[in-house]
Ligand binder design. Sequence first.
Ligand code: ADP
Ligand code: MG
Length: 210
Amino acid sequence: MKVIAVGSQKGGVGKTTTAFYVAAHAARRLGGQTRVALIDRDESRNLTQLARLLKSLPSGVELVEGTEVPPDDGQYGMVVVDTPPGVTAIRSLAEADLVLVPVQPEPQGIANLADFLRNIDNQGRTVSPGMRLLALLPTRVSRKSNVHRHHIGLVHRIAEMRRPQLTVLPPVRELEAIKRYELDVPDYLTVVEEILNHVYSQQELLGAVV
Ligand SMILES: Nc1ncnc2c1ncn2[C@@H]1O[C@H](COP(=O)(O)OP(=O)(O)O)[C@@H](O)[C@H]1O
Ligand SMILES: [Mg+2]
């Protein structure tokens, strides 16, 4: 069982959206036997509200009650944790094996990014020894925006400065379909495919034994 937390010190960057799509597409990709648990660790309960709004979550995805990671007893192949912004952001990453960081490519979006990544490193060294950064994910990107292009460049530079280098996943565009949580969004399909390749071996993916 792999625990993936979606974290950022900033609100509105697509953490909850990313947690939802990662869980949905991972469940689809991993097949029926492997279920994916979603955990809502944000007091504002956006993910829980979303689950209520959708009435039923995509097949294979389950919103687990409470904020605890379920026991690793074979019930779930993956756990995706949605976390709050702000001062409790780092603490909410506890128990994660991997942390995925959505980044909006705007000045405020990357202002504290390097600090946030350092705080994750510290958390990994002290409280959560098994934790590592999975990747940065540019979100809500407008292809026509020069500001976005410039800041995606900066995101890549921040990622390249780290040792080992940090992956920057293909960007997710600002899309109406995502606002409506429609499942057919190719941007997140690509992202999840890359994440799964990072997280599981080819053999595990072929057999969906995770
Ligand atoms: N790629 C996207 N395209 C369009 N709207 C998006 C996208 N990502 C997020 N949103 C919208 O932006 C708002 C904030 O996203 P959310 O995932 O709740 O951010 P966070 O959890 O980081 O606060 C939501 O209304 C969501 O529907
Ligand atoms: Mg949220």
